[in-house]
Design a protein around this ligand. Structure first.
Ligand SMILES: Nc1ncnc2c1ncn2[C@@H]1O[C@H](COP(=O)(O)OP(=O)(O)OP(=O)(O)O)[C@@H](O)[C@H]1O
Length: 641
């Protein structure tokens, strides 16, 4: 596409500076092209051009808007630049606003900017209060906020006595005097009364255990209607969806044995359809962002459970809420402290803003006490909004009590001293190679991947045990580039494994190659983030297939049909969300980086079920990362309040 002509209102030096910064890698090319496009739409001016470039850069980093307060206070920091770099760019624009008020006035006067309340000409930028948006993010944010508020407010009449009766059947024990409340029982009681609930908690806090009981409770309360209830399970990735279904089925199976004839739970299990990815649930189609399901063609469900909700980005959440009938119940499950989605938005984080504090009104507390017999300590009382009343945080992990859990908690609390103490304690479950090198990471990979490679060489035709062996170990990187990044490590590990004759030499495709899909491919049914293993095709000697493990099911695709894949001995922490490995190795680069944040480190640690190894060169990058929070500009929290 040819860039539109540069607007006359901005001097040529501005565009020269933009080109220079783009050439130097400080800006993505798209930002300059987009600013030129905005400038071509009518009266714009230097401040809007500057703000547009910053907005576009931030969008690429996951922000859904630009806060004018940040623009006024420290624009260079916002971009991760040095102050002189920003000053050089700003100097080409003449007088630049310095306060939120003057920024707002300057932007509001520009033709490509719409301020809600004014006549709407469909301008591409929206200035709402003190935030500048790309129109589609503003629209998505408004849709999510309206829909969530509406759903959270819609409560149905509940017979507390009946709910308590069922909860006593579904849960083994009750709160004992002086003990903390059973948040799982509370979560069921809260969720059952609304059109929406959010259940958040760290790994092993029982989100799936709870939601299985919630489904049983809904089933019990529905009476004759239960036979007609349509329940759907979904998650952002195929693997997470399969895991959700497997865990719910197991939990319902265990529960069925306990409750016996009191509830026909096996019937509930058989009536639950396959767990789907959100893309497939909504009816994604090739070459368009629009889904088959939307307000005009809503989903055919009564209860929708979405797991790993931290990975759901703003656009996807808006599409989901748009397609969900207002009469359906939405239950979001996820860990609010995990990394947000790669794409714009930090929706679960925003929705869970009050989760830690509770902020339950007296009405909620009375309702919860009547339904559960549990009493919530006074520190969780408050005047939270409708969504806070429908949000429950599970606070007790049953799987994560040991050193891995202690490390995850310390990191989550931003307590570097405690984190270092756990790392240095020398427990077998948490190991730290403080002076690691690329060679030591490669050596660890050789050891960790050997079991699956040994199985590959047996020429077994059973892919499942090989996939399970591969799933037991993983190298996770914080960055993509460099010798400590995904690219450098994959090349080094592959070369070493070939050198040791654990892998065949040469060729892009070989038996044993793990791959990650990098783009959705509707033809082959594989999606961005899916991980598979290349193995010989038993039906066609000499050809290779890529096998994917989803829960208990294995499916495969001819290797040559997969066009968008990369080798995956090492993968990013981002892409590892929704997965768990027996032994997880996290590699932190030597160089400082703004992408290494508390959320990233926490997410990496919590991927390990039995052993966590940290590979780093010294402790500075780790220490700075634990302190650095992911900050994503968004107006959602404000709109939900
Ligand atoms: N109240 C409970 N009583 C007994 N066991 C429980 C209880 N809650 C959870 N568990 C057990 O703890 C383990 C973790 O629970 P679950 O898988 O539901 O956690 P989760 O929060 O969904 O974890 P993840 O985020 O890793 O998916 C499971 O084995 C589950 O059966």
């Amino acid at each position: 596409m040819n860039a539109p002509h540069a607007p006359e209102t901005v001097p040529q030096e501005f565009w020269s500076e933009i080109d220079r910064l783009t050439g130097a890698g400080a800006l993505r090319r798209l930002s300059g092209v987009f600013a030129r496009f905005i400038g071509s739409l009518g009266h714009a001016g230097g401040p809007l051009m500057l703000a547009t470039v910053v907005l576009s850069e931030l969008e690429g980093r996951g922000h859904s808007c630009l806060e004018l307060a940040d623009l006024a206070s420290d624009p260079a920091a916002l971009l991760g630049w040095e102050a002189p770099e920003w000053r050089a760019l700003a100097a080409t624009c003449g007088t630049v606003p310095r306060t939120v008020k003057t920024w707002r006035e300057a932007l509001a006067a520009c033709e490509p900017v719409w301020c809600p309340g004014d006549f709407d000409f469909g301008e591409p930028l929206v200035l709402e209060e003190e935030r500048l948006y790309l129109r589609r993010y503003w629209r998505d944010e408004a849709l999510v906020a309206d829909s969530v508020r509406q759903r959270a407010r819609t409560l149905r009449a509940i017979d507390a006595h009946e709910v308590k009766g069922w909860l006593d059947v579904l849960f083994a024990s009750n709160q004992r005097h002086g003990e903390p409340p059973d948040w799982q029982r509370l979560a069921c009681a809260i969720a059952v009364r609304g059109r929406m609930a959010v259940i958040t908690g760290g790994p092993g806090t029982g989100k799936t255990y709870t939601v299985a009981r919630l489904l049983a409770l809904l089933f019990a309360l529905a009476g004759d209607e239960a036979q007609r209830q349509r329940i759907a399970l979904a998650a952002p990735t195929g693997k997470a969806a399969a895991r959700l279904k497997q865990s719910i089925e197991k939990a319902l199976g265990d529960l069925a044995e306990r409750v016996g004839g009191a509830l026909p739970l096996r019937e509930l299990t058989t009536r639950m359809g396959a767990a789907r990815t959100l893309h497939s649930l909504l009816g994604a189609r090739p070459d368009t962002r629009a889904f088959a399901h939307n307000r005009g063609n809503p989903l055919d469900v009564d209860v929708l459970i979405v797991d790993e909700a931290s990975m759901v980005h703003l656009e996807m959440m808006a599409a989901l809420l748009d397609a969900l009938p207002t009469t359906a119940t939405l239950i979001l499950l996820g860990d609010k402290d995990q990394l947000a989605s790669v794409e714009a938005g930090a929706v679960l984080g925003d929705l869970c803003h009050d989760a830690q504090a509770g902020r339950y009104t007296q009405e909620t507390l009375d309702y919860a006490a009547a339904c559960t017999g549990e009493s919530v300590p006074p520190q969780f009382a408050g005047q939270g909004g409708p969504l806070a009343q429908q949000t429950v945080m599970l606070r007790h992990s049953r799987r994560f009590g040991g050193p891995i859990g202690q490390l995850a908690l310390a990191v989550n609390d931003g307590d570097t001293a405690r984190a270092f103490a756990v790392l240095r304690a020398g427990d077998a479950a948490v190991q730290w190679q403080e002076r690691a090198s690329q060679q030591s990471v490669v050596a660890l990979a050789m050891e960790g991947y050997r079991p699956y490679l040994d199985l590959v060489r047996t020429d077994s035709h059973d892919a499942k045990p090989i996939l399970q062996a591969f799933e037991a170990f993983r190298i996770l990187c914080a960055v993509r580039d460099g010798e400590w990044g995904v690219e450098g490590l994959n090349a080094a590990i592959e070369a070493k494994l070939q050198g040791a004759r654990l892998l065949p030499r040469g060729g892009e495709w070989y038996a044993g190659r793990p791959v990650m899909v990098t783009r959705n491919d509707y033809g082959t049914g594989v999606f961005n983030g899916d991980i598979g293993l290349t193995l010989p095709d038993p039906q066609r000697p000499g050809s290779l297939r890529v096998y994917f493990l989803e829960g208990d099911t294995v499916r495969s695709v001819l290797a040559t049909r997969l066009r968008h894949v990369e080798t995956a001995y090492a993968m990013t922490v981002h892409k590892s969300q929704g997965s768990e490995f027996r032994h997880t190795v996290m590699v932190l680069p030597r160089e400082r980086s703004a992408v290494i944040t508390r959320e990233l480190i926490y997410t990496g640690i919590t991927r390990a079920s039995q052993v966590f190894t940290l590979m780093s060169s010294g402790g500075t990058v780790l220490e700075e990362g634990i302190v650095r929070r992911t900050q994503r500009a968004s107006g959602l929290r404000g709109k939900l309040a």
